[in-house]
Structures are given as C-alpha cells and as structure tokens.
Ligand binder design. Sequence first.
Ligand SMILES: C[S@@+](CC[C@H](N)C(=O)[O-])C[C@H]1O[C@@H](n2cnc3c(N)ncnc32)[C@H](O)[C@@H]1O
Length: 294
Amino acid sequence: MSSWQHIPILAQTIKELLITDREGLYIDGTLGLGGHSKILLSSLGTKAKIFGFDKDEKAITMARENVADSRLETFNLSYTECARVLREKDIQGVNGILFDFGLSSYQLDDASRGFSFNKQGPLDMRFDTAQTLTAQEIVNTWPADKIEEILLNYGEEKFASKIAQAIALAAREAPLETTWQLAKIIERVCPRTSKTHPATRTFQALRIAVNDEFGAVKKAPKLLKEVLLPLGRAAFLTFHSLEDRIIKVALKDLCQDKDTWRLVNKKVIEPSWQEIKQNPRARSAKLRIIERLK
Ligand SMILES: C[S@@+](CC[C@H](N)C(=O)[O-])C[C@H]1O[C@@H](n2cnc3c(N)ncnc32)[C@H](O)[C@@H]1O
C-alpha cells in the first residue's frame, strides 16, 4: 500500500445507492487511489467488474496497488473516453458509473504536482502529466484579461481583476515558477481577512483551467445515454457550487424525459457532520444520483 492517502467520501451511501446488480459492470470515472472502487468491490460478486479511469498515471498505479483485485481494470484515460472504450470492448453498457470530481488528497499533498499554495512546488497542476499546458504557462503567457476571466468563471474570485493584473505585472518582470511565488503575489494584493487563504480561489481556478475540468464535467451527464444500461445508475460527487450547478441542471434536463430518467435522491445528499469531522475535505461534497428507467 502506498503512503499517500485519500479517504473516499460518502462511500457507504454511494455503495448502497449505486449497486443495482451484484454481478454487474461498473465504471469508476475518477479512480484516484481506488478508495470508492475498493468499497464497491467489497459488495460485488465474483463476476462483477469495474472499469477505472484516471488521467493521472501515478494515481492509476497506486489504485492498482491499493485495490489489488482482478475485477478492476484500469485505463489511464479521461472518463470522457469511456463510451469509446466500451464500444471497443463490445460491451452494451454498464450498471453504474461514478464521478468523484476534482483532485484527490494525494495530488494536493504531493508538492511536486504544484496544486497547493501551502507547499513549495513548480506551478504545474496537471492531472495528466503528458499534457503540455501547465499553470506556469497560463500565469506567464496569458493576458491579464484572460486570467481575470478564469478567476471569475472558475474561482468566483471577487478580486479577480486585481489579482490578474498583479500576476501579469510580476510575470513581465520575471517568469513565475513556483506555488509560493504566486501565493505571495496574491497575498500582497489581497491581505488575509478570513480563515481562507487569499490564494485559495486562484489556485482552484488555475487547476480547473489547466485540466479543462468543466469541459469534462459538462460531458459526463451526456455520456449516460451511451453507457448506462436500463435500471443502471450514475452518481455524481461535486465539490463546489459551480460544478454542482452544471450537474444539477444537466440531470434536471435529462429528467424532462420522465419515462427514461428519474432522480434517485430528490434532495442532494451531503456528508454527516461525523464524516466531515473525520475528513474535513468532505465538507463541501454534494451527491446526486440518477437512474435510467429504460
Ligand atoms: C477526488 S479524486 C477521486 C478519488 C477516488 N474516488 C478515491 O476514492 O480514491 C478525483 C480523481 O479524478 C481524476 N480526474 C480528474 N479529471 C478526470 C477526467 N476527466 N478523467 C479521468 N480522471 C479524472 C483526478 O486525477 C483524480 O485522481
């Protein structure tokens, strides 16, 4: 077992609500360290299978080690490729699919990935390290108005203009290379006024932009028509209001066709205070589940 940790969120609830066939096929669209897959497999039968996708090659290696189960087949691909993978395998569809969006604790804790303003590291932030776009390229080469746009759209940062100007000005003097350099620039223009570090929203926005996360999140509900079997279910775990809004609206749209789709939980499911106490990362999680009726 690797030393990196990630506690799967709402894992028991997801297991209870996602599994409709103990011997079925499932997709874990965001495998991470395999926490959810491991728990799902503990309730699945010997003929069941999980196809696990992750853009992060290192996560896939660790998930295989952590789960150590021949019923898990992994793909170092975006979940947006899952319909193609099923077609290539001549599989009609799956009984369930899980999306646990965002990044894992392991990625946040690994300084070399550059996701955290708390750790000195390169301004990288790529899930897929084979991709060329990095956070460093954005802060050093994108114009201030484009940086402001992502801070607004992906971070809901109210000081977007001030921060974007400060980044562009600093980058003109000397290229920004590290997480701490960037965090210091933000601290200078937005002094800390609450418990939340002033760089929090900028780091979130850059990460979403680098990985085109919203592009993929928007595609996720669209995949369901192609990959879910009748009576199959899809679970979506989101971590901020922007992501949750995309999913909420998309599932509502699907449910316009009442004969084909129904929401399993009318009210969004959130972790209990006990879970949040044990795992503070769970505090902003929201779970939505939809079922295909025919
Ligand atoms: C919150 S973590 C998942 C944790 C996992 N459920 C567990 O219990 O260990 C999200 C994972 O999704 C991956 N990811 C993000 N966008 C992706 C995409 N479009 N396709 C596949 N994986 C993606 C990230 O690399 C990260 O490992």
